[in-house]
Design a protein around this ligand. Structure first.
Ligand code: FPP
Length: 261
């Protein structure tokens, strides 16, 4: 499918990155960073290229950022690769992104393993091409014992759909008699989300200039610090990640409480 669109194979994960960490507090690195990788299409258009060119460049940027994040000590990255709303895009673009994901999961698997990256996914598997589902299962299986950074890819993901999925699952457990209504609390709810087992993001980054959440991690970002940049995702760099973390470190996180002075 769409073979001609790919002139070259997706490159492998960049090896060691030199990071400018001056001024960064290495004792206060966010554990989990969520990223809305927006602006691929506009980045490509600005160069007179097809939007798909931007997605391909965006996949490269993700590799660079995962590597940098790992070096900085970030424990997990959740990246919004395809939303439940992205199906509304032209069928050629949807096919391209699915093909890109499929190729990415093949071309990167050895690098993930070599770099101890554990791959996870969040989102609905329904409606995804069988080959993408197979590659996702394979990536999970191949990297499940890796103990380094977690790369959690949100694919066919929507925050509202995730909450509905959790509600249905909890309702089913109540109907089965395996859960009492009075035992439903935040930890139980979180155990029924796709993000089960991951802490809430400390920091959410959105590239591309828009100031909205776009149905990403609606439950999980309750107390996440948000940092945005007008820079399009393919131009996002490790230096910008460091800048975002510095801003994060300058924020006072109160989680609704008061900070003792
Ligand atoms: C947002 O840019 C990006 C997407 C909807 C898809 C994200 C996909 C990638 C980064 C590449 C695929 C990822 C992997 C892991 C292979 P946009 O298209 O909304 O850009 P625009 O706002 O400029 O239109």
């Amino acid at each position: 499918m769409f073979k001609g669109l790919f002139q070259r194979p997706v490159r492998s994960m960049p090896s060691a990155v030199t990071l400018k960490t001056d001024g960064l507090d290495m004792t206060n690195i966010p554990k989990h960073v969520a990223i809305i990788m927006d602006g691929n299409g506009r980045w490509a258009k600005a160069q007179g290229k097809a939007r798909t060119y931007g997605h391909k460049a965006g996949a490269e940027t993700l590799k660079t950022i995962v590597r940098a994040a790992d070096t900085l000590g970030i424990k997990a990255i959740t990246a919004y690769a395809f939303s439940t709303e992205n199906w509304k895009r032209p069928v050629t673009e949807v096919h391209f992104i699915m093909e890109l994901l499929s190729r990415y999961l093949t071309s990167e698997i050895e690098d993930f393993k070599a770099n101890n990256v554990q791959v996870r996914f969040m989102g609905s598997r329904e409606g995804l091409p069988a080959i993408v589902n197979e590659k996702m299962d394979h990536a999970i299986d191949e990297t499940k014992n890796d103990t380094g950074i977690i790369l959690n890819l949100a694919i066919n993901y929507g925050g509202q759909a995730e909450i509905l999925h959790a509600v249905r699952s909890i309702a089913q457990q109540v109907a089965n008699g395996t859960l009492n209504v009075e035992d439903i609390d935040a930890p139980v709810f979180e155990n029924n989300l796709y993000s089960k087992g991951l802490p809430s993001p400390d920091l959410m980054i959105r590239t591309g200039g828009d100031l909205r959440v776009s149905n990403f991690l609606l439950w999980q970002i309750a107390y996440s610090e948000i940092w945005t940049t007008p820079v399009y995702w393919p131009d996002f760099s490790p230096d910008m990640l460091i800048e975002a973390i510095k801003v994060y470190q300058s924020r006072e996180r109160r989680f609704g409480g008061l900070v003792q002075k």
